[in-house]
Design a protein around this ligand. Structure first.
Ligand code: MOS
Length: 694
């Protein structure tokens, strides 16, 4: 068979693009089963305490209202110990905005009015919502997000730092950040006897299926989760959130399908956020900039309900040559919403601190920032001592410097001015680990010459559906058009979430295997498909767990040029340029979109994003996209994403590393470093608001 259509490595356009722009593609809240009811949650108006009474009479007076649920009468779940799923199970209020009741009605308007008419009484208790660096409740957890140890030491940091000729000791602060995907969290739930079907906006149907089965005491086979199209998640849909549990619960109680789409104003408290971090970075170096001692100490917070610790110092264990190293995390449980994953948890905030400190070290040593990073390139991964499966950070830095025009840069600070604008440029490195998880897939050959592939992948807007079809067509050696793929449904098999930049590798691996096997089966049939068709099934549990003794990470280099208005302090980014080494790029069109999306989000983090905990009422002041600022089109400058071709045989059959998160890593530091070059003012607290630059 010969192919005429693009396969792996070709810029295939999104297969569902037309369906999306014509409105044909359906999202979780757009399914309209007959007699569907609508639910609207009631958030707690206190930050800590107990619900003592829920007055529902006024709400129930409207005949359109089907039910008002609270802890007093909601179905008892088999609780999982996850505050995001164990909803309405207890009168305890752990944080402001936690859902304490749910109104269900025949119309959305009636549900909303009913929710507003519910009157809740509380016995309040003192609360603590403010993270400080010396909070008395700080403790060292055993592990941090990702399962890493909270503390790691190599060599003798204290002695080597004390004796280092150049020392940098700086504190960086990043506020709480909220994911705010375009599509708010939403679910439509239907029961048929003891069989539950939910259409859910999630990053992985298997995770939701398993959680709902546990909560409602069902066999996983009795729960069907469908998430065909998802409008973004950035980690906030990685595990089940309250909306899907509440929709299923409400549907059971009112005996009809129920739909629940979270109002954006309620999201900040219930779907997770990037926890606030204080990060102290100490670098002890030789006068030539070579690091002798490195310490990265993180102070962060989590909720009383769950210990989630942003692993911001972990990246400093693997990034640079650092023979004497100590990396620590401390956390305090506050009466705040539970933090969770947000694009590149750990690496994104950690690399803001590390890459800012590297810029400060470059200045202190009078070494070019690109050259400083090259001088600190490790031979082996410092933490594990393993060889890198591939590491092309130096090539990314050199290629980026060449494309950006870095070598024309005057290294002096605050010398380039155009009228009221101070101009500067900055660089930062970028990295993200390679993750992969077990997954199942099936491939079918039909007698009519068509192929079908089933894999429970989730396309959160990245183009997963398209690249998986390319992987299948490539393995089958047929044109893309002959392969029809089904994704986004739990009945298609077990699959991991779209997260950790691991989706394409995890889902693509069994797709590749099943298609290779199917092709072999066709060959055994003399190259034709019998009337009954042929099929092949793959499960990569053993393959991915084999382990290979290599340190696997993607790398990149980020360059930024900014202008700062000397009168207003306003910073605008003029140019962003990233060069990435992320294995084989399977679809350049989709990859570019992921890279520049991440870079845009990193720029937004540098200049605009941040949630403010209001100690008076114990919740975030920003509740929507009018108050929580994210970059708009007008803020986005010329962005270029480039990549190096990287052949890495130690990854997966496609040779790909993840690309979903690395784009955000390092961008904020590149922007802050550029601001320093422009103005001489060092931004160590994000976002870099105008008042800090005047
Ligand atoms: Mo991403 S934060 O791993 O969903």
């Amino acid at each position: 068979m010969t192919t005429t259509q693009p396969l792996l490595g070709a810029p295939a356009a999104r297969l569902e693009g037309r369906a999306k722009v014509t409105g044909e593609a359906r999202y979780a809240a757009e399914y309209q089963p007959p007699d569907v009811g609508y639910a609207w949650p009631v958030p707690a108006t206190v930050a800590h305490g107990t619900v003592t009474a829920v007055h529902t009479e006024a709400a129930l007076a409207d005949p359109a209202v089907l039910a008002v649920l609270s802890h007093a009468d909601a179905p008892r779940l088999q609780v999982a110990g996850d505050p995001m799923t164990d909803v309405l199970q207890s009168p305890r209020v752990a944080h402001h905005g936690q859902f304490v009741a749910l109104a269900v009605a025949t119309t959305l308007e009636a549900a909303r009015a009913a929710a507003e008419a519910v009157r809740v009484e509380y016995a309040t208790e003192p609360y603590d919502v403010v993270l400080t660096r010396d909070h008395p409740g700080l403790y060292v957890p055993e592990t941090v997000n990702g399962g890493f140890p909270a503390v790691r030491s190599r060599g003798d940091f204290d002695a080597e730092y004390a004796g280092a000729p150049v020392r940098i000791d700086r504190l960086y602060h990043i506020p709480p950040l909220h994911n705010h995907p375009m599509e708010p969290h939403a679910a439509t739930a239907l029961w048929d006897g003891d069989e539950l079907t939910v259409y859910d906006s999630c990053q992985g149907a298997s995770a939701v299926q398993e959680a709902l089965a546990g909560l409602f005491r069902l066999d996983p086979g009795q729960v069907r989760v469908i998430g065909e199209h998802v409008g973004g998640g950035f980690g906030s849909k990685g595990t089940p959130r309250p909306h899907v549990v509440l929709a299923a619960m409400a549907a059971r109680v009112v005996g009809r399908p129920v739909k629940l789409a979270l109002p954006r104003q309620q999201m900040a408290a219930v779907v997770g956020h990037r926890a606030e971090t204080f990060q102290r970075l100490r670098l002890g170096a030789e006068t030539d900039g070579r690091i002798r001692a490195l310490a990265h100490d993180v102070v962060t917070d989590t909720s009383t309900g769950q210990e989630f610790v942003e692993q911001a110092a972990v990246v400093s264990r693997t990034m640079y040559h650092s023979p004497h190293s100590r990396t620590t995390h401390q956390v305090v449980r506050l009466d705040v919403p539970t933090p969770s994953w947000m694009r590149a948890p750990g690496e994104c905030p950690g690399m803001f601190a590390l890459e800012s400190a590297m810029d400060e070290l470059a200045q202190a040593c009078d070494v070019d920032p690109v050259e400083l990073r090259i001088r600190n390139e490790p031979e082996f991964e410092p933490d594990s001592g393993h060889p890198f499966s591939s590491r092309h950070l130096v090539d990314c830095l050199r290629e980026g410097a060449r494309r950006f025009g870095w070598h024309d840069r005057d290294p002096r600070n605050a010398v380039r001015q155009e009228g009221r604008l101070m101009i500067g440029s900055g660089v930062a490195a970028s990295t993200y680990p390679v993750y992969v998880s077990p997954c199942q897939a099936a491939a079918f050959a039909d007698p009519d010459g068509g192929f079908r592939v089933h894999v429970n992948a989730t396309d959160i807007g990245t183009g997963a559906r398209t690249v998986l079809t390319q992987i299948a067509a490539d393995a089958l050696d047929v044109a893309l058009e002959r392969v029809r793929i089904r994704i986004g449904a739990s009945e298609l098999g077990r699959a991991p979430v779209a997260g950790g930049s691991s989706g394409t590798a995890s889902w693509g691996w069994p797709v590749h295997q099943a298609c290779v096997e199917l092709r072999a089966a066709i060959a055994r049939h003399g190259g034709s498909v019998p009337a009954g068709g042929l099929s092949a099934f793959a499960d990569t549990t053993e393959d991915v767990e084999a382990g290979q003794g290599y340190a696997r990470h993607a790398f990149g280099a980020q360059f930024a040029e900014v202008q700062v208005d000397v009168d207003t302090g306003e910073t605008r980014v003029r140019r962003l340029l990233g060069v990435f080494a992320a294995g084989r790029i399977l679809n350049p069109r989709l990859a570019r979109s992921q890279f520049i999306g991440g870079m845009t989000m990193g720029m937004s983090m540098a200049l605009m994003e941040g949630s403010t905990m209001d100690p008076e009422f114990g919740d975030y002041a920003e509740r929507d996209l009018a108050t929580y600022h994210v970059a708009s089109n007008a803020d986005v400058p010329r962005i270029e994403a480039h990549w190096l071709h990287e052949d890495d045989p130690h990854l997966n059959p496609m040779g790909s590393k993840g690309i979903g998160e690395i784009g955000i890593v390092g961008t904020a530091a590149a922007v802050a470093n550029a601001i320093h070059h422009a103005t001489g003012i060092r931004v160590r607290t994000l976002p870099a608001r105008p008042d800090a630059l005047l």
